[in-house]
Design a protein around this ligand. Structure first.
Ligand SMILES: Nc1ncnc2c1ncn2[C@@H]1O[C@H](COP(=O)(O)OP(=O)(O)OP(=O)(O)O)[C@@H](O)[C@H]1O
Ligand SMILES: [Mg+2]
Length: 268
């Protein structure tokens, strides 16, 4: 669960990037974050991964109080969130395999297990045949897939994708969204920032609209709507009152294993 309460972010330059943003996102949701350029989408993602701190307000992700997070907990917190950055942040002098394995290397996984996991994720995003190429040898869509693979490598509970269809043609954009949707169906919460109105309209998912640093509108996804009474549909629903959905996606084995390990860690 992601919970922002009255979050504002003012940069040192004086720019108000987010103003009074309150938002509740349940585990397993797929949410589009839309809004004009400069409306605060990337800033919201940066706050969620504690890349920057809010000026005001609180942010909770599961049991983590993100603003007050101790240094000791930062790395276990960050493992829960995979990010596909707007500018991808792939390393040009490393192969696709090497880019994707990086978070596992950093976390100290043994190299045989790490290699196995990379193969698994590359297969999932359809990049197996490109594993030994360098980023410059791949298309835009393939690079997006690489960034998604790297974001997934630690089996995060939450995936943030910042304009993952930004520079892609319509068909490739759809492939990427289909991939993110499949990832979501396996239990990962997905938040996708986008300008792609065609995709947002067709997907019928929850949409959060930002404009000039504020949430100006929220639309519930079509599928969620169906579960409410007709009269409920018109009502502006407070996030806190959101019904528990009965079709929560199944957790995958890795996530369950990870959660058990975390609980064990907490007890220790
Ligand atoms: N590090 C920073 N320092 C100062 N101002 C910033 C910083 N990062 C972003 N901003 C400003 O904050 C506002 C929100 O920027 P942000 O990058 O979050 O927008 P965005 O919605 O992601 O836009 P886009 O759709 O173009 O990616 C903009 O006015 C931007 O200029
Ligand atoms: Mg942005």
């Amino acid at each position: 669960m992601i919970k922002l309460d009255k979050v504002s972010k003012k940069f040192a330059t004086g720019t108000l990037a987010l103003t009074d943003v309150s938002l509740l996102i349940d585990k397993g949701e797929f949410v589009f974050l839309v809004g004009p350029t400069g409306s605060g989408k990337t800033t919201l993602f940066r706050l969620l991964i504690r890349d920057t701190l809010p000026t005001e307000g609180t942010i909770f992700i599961n049991e983590f109080d993100v603003v007050k997070l101790s240094k000791g907990k930062l790395s276990s917190f960050r493992k829960k969130i995979g990010v596909v950055f707007q500018d991808l942040k792939l390393l040009a002098d490393r192969t696709i395999f090497e880019n994707v394995v990086l978070p596992l290397e950093v976390s100290g996984e043994n190299s045989q297990k790490a290699a196995q996991r990379v193969e698994e994720v590359l297969r999932q995003v359809g990049l197996t045949e490109h594993r030994d190429k360098f980023p410059i040898q791949l298309s835009g869509g393939e690079l997006q897939r690489t960034a998604i693979a790297r974001a997934l490598i630690l089996s995060p509970e939450i995936l943030l994708a910042d304009e993952p269809t930004g520079n892609l043609d319509a068909a490739t954009s759809w492939e990427i969204v289909k991939l993110l949707s499949d990832i979501n169906k396996m239990g990962t919460t997905v938040i996708m920032a986008t300008h792609n109105t065609d995709i947002v309209k067709s997907m019928n998912k929850r949409v959060v609209h930002l404009d000039k640093s504020r949430i100006v509108k929220e639309e519930k996804g079509h599928h969620e709507d169906k579960k409410h009474e007709d009269k409920e549909e018109e009502k502006q629903e407070k996030p806190e009152e959101k019904d528990k959905k009965d079709d929560k996606p199944q957790k995958n084995d890795r996530q369950e294993k990870q959660e058990k390990e975390d609980q064990k860690e907490d007890k220790e």
